[in-house]
Design a protein around this ligand. Structure first.
Ligand SMILES: NC(=O)c1ccc[n+]([C@@H]2O[C@H](COP(=O)([O-])OP(=O)(O)OC[C@H]3O[C@@H](n4cnc5c(N)ncnc54)[C@H](O)[C@@H]3O)[C@@H](O)[C@H]2O)c1
Length: 251
């Protein structure tokens, strides 16, 4: 059997590190050419080098998703290098933990500019190419869009906004053959973002006891579902947000 994404081009924002990096690796391992759009020059270039040495072609473009001109430049480099775009993964994001009374307007604006406006700029830059390829968009949201978090409202507000955007795009571009869906992960152990919410071992143990599958999620869990949703074999799934939480929410 051939590799699932042979000859496809996947653009992944936030792929220098964490979940996005794993998604980029899995697309490459299944035959896709990958573009990493991330504002972390050092880690982005290192991830691209790793992918090139293990798999096929990979391009790193230093990009701040909150800047439309950066996204336009990333799109231009992608087309120069690969000639098309089949898959767009919206992974880049930041999280702050401040409670409402402590959130400054600067923090609010920064979260929204990366996590929400960053989706708008990215889709705006690539949507015409995705219409041509009849491609797929997968947005990495968060379970907190529906549940809120123990601390911090700017992050869940940005993710809930992103899910609204995704549903609108699914309606508008579905008739043109573009699939648009979201994943809402909870408690994925990237060693970074989760510790914003659970800073001590005690706090981590307490939450683990509430997850029915008795483990934290992995970056592979998110990447597996991302590839599933990007795969046109599953194109009857449209405009959905799929909760990926080991059963935490039903528990
Ligand atoms: N880790 C979790 O438990 C979890 C849970 C739910 C949702 N998520 C979501 O998954 C996504 C990835 O999270 P992660 O845990 O891998 O975090 P991470 O911090 O490891 O990775 C985020 C990546 O996004 C990049 N990035 C941040 N701001 C950017 C910007 N303005 N422009 C371009 N790139 C930017 C970073 O450089 C980094 O490579 C995020 O959208 C996050 O909200 C994570």
């Amino acid at each position: 059997m051939g590799r699932r994404f042979e000859g496809k081009v996947a653009v992944v924002t936030g792929a220098a590190h964490g979940i996005g990096k794993q998604i980029a690796f899995q697309f490459a391992s299944e035959g896709a050419n990958v573009v990493i759009a991330d504002y972390n020059q050092e880690q982005g270039a290192a991830t691209a080098d790793e992918i090139v040495s293990s798999y096929a072609r990979c391009l790193f473009v230093k990009t701040d998703v909150s800047s439309y001109s950066d996204m336009e430049a990333a799109r231009k480099r992608t087309i120069e290098e690969f000639g098309k775009v089949d898959i767009l993964v919206l992974d880049a994001g930041v999280a702050f933990k401040n409670r409402f009374q402590d959130i400054s307007l600067d923090e609010w604006n920064r979260t929204l500019s990366i996590n929400l406006t960053g989706l708008f700029t990215t889709v705006k830059a690539f949507i015409d190419d995705l219409v041509v390829s009849k491609g797929s968009i997968v947005y990495i949201s968060s379970g907190s869009a529906a549940s809120g978090t123990g601390g911090g409202v700017s992050y869940p507000a940005s993710k809930a906004g992103g899910e609204g955007l995704i549903r609108g795009l699914a309606k508008e571009f579905g008739p043109q053959g573009v699939n648009v869906n979201a994943i809402a992960p909870r408690l994925i152990d990237t060693g970074a973002m989760m510790r914003v919410n659970y800073p001590t071992q005690e706090a981590l143990d307490a939450v683990l006891s509430k997850i029915p599958v008795r483990r934290f999620g992995t970056t592979e869990d998110v990447a597996n579902l991302t590839l599933f949703l990007a795969d046109k074999a599953n194109s009857y799934i449209q405009g959905q947000t799929i909760l990926l939480d080991g059963g935490r929410t039903v528990a």
